[in-house]
Design a protein around this ligand. Sequence first.
Ligand code: ADP
Length: 447
Amino acid sequence: MFHKILIANRGEIALRVLRAAKELGIKTVAVHSTADADAMHVKLADESVCVGPPPSRDSYLNIHQIVAACEITGADAIHPGYGFLSENAKFADILAAHNITFIGPSGDHIRVMGDKIEAKRTAKRLGIPVVPGSEGAVTDEDTARRIAAEIGYPVIIKASAGGGGRGMKVARDEEDLSVALATARSEAGAAFGDDAVYIEKYLEKPRHIEIQVVGDGRGGSVHLGERDCSLQRRHQKVWEEANSPALNDEERARIGDICARAVADLGYSGAGTVEFLYENGNFYFIEMNTRLQVEHPVTEAITGIDLVHEQIRVASGAGLSVTQDEVRFEGHAIECRINAEDPRTFVPSPGTITHFHTPGGLGIRVDSGVYSGYKIPPYYDSLIGKLIVHGRNRVECMMRLRRALDEFVVDGINTTLPLFRDLVGNIDIANGDYDIHWLENYLAAKD
Ligand code: ADP
């Protein structure tokens, strides 16, 4: 087992990793920018190292400083959390060259899944169902027109290097196609320095359903069921739940087994998420994330499995703590992402939290790095905490969530808590009856 883990992240996820390491008796090193000297993850770690000024590219993305911090403190492994360096193949390669264990998959696996055309090709080869579309990159209009006619309109043009919902354009008919192709390519080039795009059938009313997998790197793997992340704003997830209100046990087992087998065949090591759009009973692969995700706690709530423990175990060579037969899905869990943002305009709201009170009681978990008197710096994303609620079934979970949201107090800044208080009383949400467009439509109707 590792002796000391450096956590190359900040905020709630740095604390999340720190807690898992402490439970396993592993020492922790926090890294931080000058703007985060007072952060909770710095206060709770055994040691801390300042790695640079506030901008992420100079601190949390500064590979040289982070490797140096490892060497100074004698850390033998790095957990990257999510975001920042978590899906940076070069970082994984550099750590391997320095004999520091990257708690995550190999650089090669990150690279394959980071290129969406390559990821889709790999998924298809492994027997995962994909969205109908082009086999590879599409550069000229004639090819685009031929493929679009084959799969049928509407189609979506997507950047191979895409992420965060950028570089996507929908074409409703042949007339839209040339503009969509040109804009998608130029946006992709500007945003990612790579203008390769591909074409997919545009699904009109899908849900976003993703499968959590963990591979041991030696041909073993488990799946931990699905999360439904259909409630999104600008392709950013807002509310996630497990199980999905839309899946039955047979569908879960079928798609779960396909994903588990695929990561086993890849020899994949660590936690990963296979993301799908789901429509009319069919799954369509869109991408694989090769890291721990923000919404992982809903899976932990219904399985009782600590995903960070599993990541650390697998990276250290100790293997998985469970077999597929031992995985049980108990009850229902919902996560609300609480952002420091105006609940209507979503404009970020940094500043000092004058009072912070979290709800408690049976089935309630709050993962947050903030506290009363904490000043939110303006440099990073606006997530200040996650409320995760578990109940024996969805009805109980919703009742408990409503109560927990009432108890939650964050004073001094704006947060998205009022949005969740609205959502928890909405009839469609109560019925689990929503697709990936539901939230945007709901917000537009409220304005
Ligand atoms: P990114 O990596 O930028 O997040 P994804 O491929 O994961 O891109 O897609 C993000 C979101 O875009 C999806 O959750 C879905 O809302 C929408 N989307 C992507 N592909 C399609 C498609 N073929 N049809 C309909 N919507 C899509």
